[in-house]
Write a protein that binds this ligand. Structure first.
Ligand code: ITT
Length: 189
């Protein structure tokens, strides 16, 4: 069975391939088909997008929508993560966080995978909690907020880890693992 992953983001494809590659009987194919991203929660964005795509291609398809949420900023940048990264960037975020110390720097990444086939839509969620670092720290290249996020139980930022290390604990890993369990059960029915 072939399942399509609609995204224009190569980082996501790399992480998803690492996680889903050992699923026997399922082939994942990344496709860059644009879909409308409504303004709303991650759940609403994924559900609307994947329904639209399924109506369009009539093949099993999934999307993954994620965001970075800073608790003391009431969840900002959240569903605006991409725009905020492209405008004020990590430096702007660190500036907003200047007066906050310790526990006040709590943040999390959340991912929602939306899958749709002839049986309808299913959503799978994953969260990784941690803190906003005091400075930008990256080993070479870090994707977006990776260089200012330290996951719980770590001293390094996501951007100081290898893709494999990050992918063991990431929000995307957790959402995709839940999706993978669902697919395994579906295949054995
Ligand atoms: P597609 O919609 O084409 O899949 P996108 O880059 O728009 O790709 P999202 O809307 O899911 O992806 O993610 C919104 C933003 O959240 C993304 O552009 C990053 O700035 C940030 N983000 C998501 N996951 C991240 C991660 O693992 N590490 C760092 N930043 C991340």
């Amino acid at each position: 069975m072939r399942i399509y992953f609609a995204t224009g983001n190569p980082h996501k494809v790399k992480e998803a391939e690492l996680i889903l590659k050992d699923l026997e009987g399922i082939e994942i194919e990344a496709v860059d088909i644009p879909y409308p991203e409504i303004q709303g929660t991650l759940e609403e964005v994924s559900e609307f997008g994947v329904k639209y795509l399924y109506r369009k291609i009539k093949k099993p398809v999934f999307v993954e929508d994620s965001g970075f949420f800073i608790e003391v900023l009431k969840g900002f940048p959240g569903t605006y993560s991409r725009y905020v990264q492209e405008t004020i960037g990590n430096r702007g975020i660190l500036k907003l966080m200047e007066d906050f110390k310790g526990e006040e720097r709590r943040a999390y990444f959340k991912s929602v995978v939306g899958y749709c086939d002839e049986e309808g839509v299913r959503l799978f969620k994953g969260v990784v909690r941690g803190w906003v670092s005091y400075e930008i720290r990256s080993k070479g290249y870090g994707f977006a907020y990776d260089s200012i996020f330290i996951p719980e139980g770590e001293n390094r930022t996501f951007a100081e880890m290898t893709t494999e290390e990050k992918s063991r604990i990431s929000h995307r890993r957790r959402a995709l693992e839940a999706f993978k369990d669902y697919l395994k059960k579906k295949l054995s029915r």
